[in-house]
Design a protein around this ligand. Sequence first.
Ligand code: UDX
Ligand code: ADP
Length: 460
Amino acid sequence: MKKIKKITCIGAGYVGGPTMSVIAQKNPEIQVTVVDLNEQRIAAWNNDNLDLLPIYEPGLDEVIKEARGRNLFFSTEVNKAIDEADVIFISVNTPTKTYGKGKGQAADLKFIELCARQIAAISTSDKIVVEKSTLPVRTAEALKSILDNTGNGVNFHILSNPEFLAEGTAIADLHAPDRVLIGGENAEAIEALVNVYNSWVPRERILTTNLWSSELSKLVANAFLAQRVSSINSISELCEVTGANVDEVAYAIGHDSRIGSKFLKASVGFGGSCFQKDILNLVYIARSYHLNEVADYWEQVILMNDHQKTRFAENIIQTMYNTVNGKKIVFLGWAFKKDTNDTRESAAIYVADHLLDEEATLVVYDPKVTENQIYSDLNYLGTRTSLENSRLVTVTKDPYEAFKDAHAVAILTEWDEFKAFDWAKIKQIMKKPAFVFDGRKLLHKGHMEAIGFQYYAIGE
Ligand code: UDX
Ligand code: ADP
């Protein structure tokens, strides 16, 4: 296989953008072009003002500054970039299906298929096609069939190279990954991609497997991580009734090296584009092979997560004398975790929806999420009209203004800045009794109670 000179990535999202930026940064001799149909998104990636990149990730601006214009390019010329490339990464979205067979569970592969057909139609030279998006097992087979049957007789080698970066720490994760996984059948194609990563990742951290193992490992890794969060969240409820403290329990069990300390932070519920989608996918695959016990087992991780979000909202209502009608509740955080502007499947959306059903008035403050995004998340649920949502929900960039005469504060995202707020001052300007519902166990109970708050945290 000839040496890779040009890489194209289709899809300039949360995965494609950062991943390709780091590949370009670490391989200055390879030209990396990221293409997307969305012109606005590409324009934002090309913006001179690095504060206006389409996604927020700590450290991303530095990488872009170094590589963009040198060997990293963002473009809407999809066909040209496909034709030129030796390697094409497919990094388009694979949302859960909202229609037809597998609705609500299976991954919608229409964007992948469109990509494959486009690659087949355009390509006039041999190419390595890499699945970067998370895909159901055996998608590579479909991909190969489309490429081989509709192409111009050129050779396509398909590799699976799932991305394990977590948002908020994407650049650090890409710079020093625990492992890079490459699945495939063709040894030369695998080796070519290994070399791209090997320019900064030690060889022993680059794992190679067959295609199906690689595809499945991505789903399983996310399912295991999500399962840990649901496990500790289930224990948080037990802690609340027994007087144990879930952080202490997590600390105690996490010291067992067989269990390990990571992903044991109880919360209002996991969100993000991956966990729920990947588990639903796993459940769907298991059911389609009639493995009902396997499917039920993994489905419980999602049910527990839904329960945690509902429980948090219900606790707010009950504690505030069984009514939040007309009461002003300040939401701190809307993103699904700190250090990202991504809100996909964020617990905040579902907790808000629950409280809005009870006619609460919400004021939302998130340091990185835009007002448009917050309304669009709520409108997308279809629970109420956009007019009603804008009547009941206000978005602010000035939290202290929001706290004035608020009945309660709910912490939905663990942004560091919330810890540094002047909580004594906040207490003064809120209505009394002043309630704080901490869905992230971010603040200190003793301190908050000393100030005079009615403070409730998950799991204590
Ligand atoms: C996840 C995987 O970690 C990553 O490997 C994969 O590539 C994509 O999916 P991401 O969704 O970006 O990454 O974030 P992650 O840090 O895994 O958090 C997911 C959700 O779980 C967040 O809502 C987070 O707040 C929550 N979480 C995580 C907890 O509630 N407690 C924890 O201990 C850890
Ligand atoms: P992820 O989190 O997996 O990166 P995103 O939704 O953030 O997902 O990004 C996927 C991107 O892929 C979107 O910007 C979308 O416009 C783009 N996309 C989808 N289909 C195509 C296609 N056929 N050609 C080019 N870009 C595409």
